[in-house]
Ligand binder design. Structure first.
Ligand code: SF4
Ligand code: SF4
Length: 416
């Protein structure tokens, strides 16, 4: 990562007036409260727990909820005066605990959720964020279709590691006499996407609300520790992804419900981005009848590689020689990357139905479709911040898909 070009601002334009949003606006929460209809609401409680391994992951994570925050030691420990030394110490600690890549940034106010699920305001508390990336596992990703029965457990492997490491790091910093709070998948008061950009860990990709790292691709989850401990911060990176994604549409071609844009970037809630159809994506992940969750976009992305020598050479060209990007994208398909390596499959296809582990009726068995037309005319529905449900709404606030579609046909969603 030290060799990747650093820039003053993220390669995604972010305006000064990004609105803060409540936790209730997250589309998984909207599914839980019935905003997407009765089926996603019915499936929400089991969409992770219907696969035995993900259920086990979730139970361990739940035990860590009470230690995300806690008492701060009354006296400050002796610390190096150099902010750089402190940052290097904290990053080394995260690596010691098994985080894959770590960055540090200041937390802009908009990165804090505005309200929790009870409608209580969330006050921005800490100046700094330690952001860590946790690999979801290359070999398993190679063997999987991305939306079969192991898919959710790949996410949860990374979420659990992130929860364990972030709660440990936050606890350690509190022992040193500084405030610190862990933010995991199970309980986060911050939006982790902008922090991942600002901490220099990746660029925003065509997948939409997904950051892509040059060495892990999109095959990671994040965990964050916010803290009052002053440290040196990192700068955002630029490895040419905006140009690469403008030429490559493989994730859009392969997304099962067609939730990824083939088109151009738009302004949305203060970000210039390829806007995904978050509602369709969430609906598919929650109700997937032949698997658990979905990460097929992650699976098929040409950056989803292991970092071996034979992968490093094309990666160097992808980063440094824009003229060859189209050829590399073509080659990725020709070499069959994105197909399943079925000899590497190690897991059992299982589903928990009515409390019993059974063989599932169906399993998604997909390989790539290079001959699928590369672009189709598609309107991506857009739900601007002012249409978010009230922060404390416990009743369904139905998503108005027709109005959201009209917004895209009327022009840039940022004009709303
Ligand atoms: S997670 Fe699945 S449904 Fe969502 S954008 Fe990726 S491929 Fe599409
Ligand atoms: S599959 Fe291609 S377009 Fe999609 S995120 Fe990866 S590089 Fe970008």
């Amino acid at each position: 990562m030290e060799k990747i070009k650093r820039v003053d601002e993220p390669t995604t334009k972010i305006t000064d007036d990004v609105p803060r949003v409540p936790q209730r606006a997250n589309f998984f929460m909207r599914a839980r409260f019935g905003d997407l209809g009765s089926k996603p609401q019915r499936e929400y409680p089991r969409f992770v727990a219907k696969y035995p391994l993900s259920k086990a992951h979730g139970k361990v994570m739940a035990t860590q909820l009470p230690i995300h925050d806690g008492e701060v030691a009354p006296d400050k420990a002796p610390m190096p005066d150099s902010l750089q030394e402190r940052a290097e110490h904290i990053k080394a600690l995260c690596h010691f605990l098994d985080a894959d890549i770590v960055g540090i940034c200041e937390v802009p106010e908009y990165a804090w959720y505005s309200h929790d699920l009870d409608g209580e305001p969330i006050e921005p508390r800490h100046k700094y964020a330690i952001v860590m990336l946790l690999d979801q596992g290359y070999e398993t990703s190679r063997a999987s279709s991305g939306d079969d029965w192991i898919s959710g457990a790949q996410s949860y492997r990374a979420y659990l590691k992130g929860s364990t490491i972030s709660t440990t790091v936050a606890g350690y910093i509190r022992e040193l006499g500084y405030e610190a709070r862990a933010h995991s998948n199970a309980d986060s008061q911050v939006l982790q996407l902008p922090l991942t950009l600002l901490a220099g860990l990746g660029e925003l990709s065509r997948i939409g609300e997904v950051v892509l790292n040059p060495y892990l691709g999109p095959r990671f989850k994040t965990a964050v520790v916010t803290t009052s401990l002053p440290m040196a911060t990192d700068k955002p990176i630029d490895f040419g992804l905006q140009d690469f994604c403008s030429k490559c549409k493989k994730c859009a071609r392969e997304c099962p419900p067609g939730a990824i844009s083939f088109g151009d970037k738009v302004m949305f809630n203060g970000y210039e981005m390829w806007k995904p159809d978050v509602e369709s994506c969430t609906r598919y992940r929650v109700t997937n009848p032949a698997g658990s969750g979905c990460g097929r976009c992650m699976k098929v992305c040409p950056f989803n590689k292991r970092g071996l020598f034979q992968h490093r050479i094309p990666l160097w060209f992808a980063i440094n020689v824009p003229a060859v990007r189209k050829a590399l994208i073509w080659l990725d398909d020709r070499l069959g990357f994105g197909n399943r390596t079925t000899s590497w499959k190690w897991w059992l296809d299982h589903e928990i139905q009515d409390g019993k582990v059974v063989e599932p009726k169906r399993t998604n068995q997909r390989d790539i479709r290079p001959n699928r037309p590369p672009s189709r005319d598609r309107q991506i529905p857009v739900h601007p911040a002012e249409n978010n449900p009230p922060p404390s709404a416990k009743e369904p606030v139905p998503v108005n898909r027709r109005a959201a579609r009209t917004r895209t046909s009327e022009g840039s969603p940022g004009d709303d």
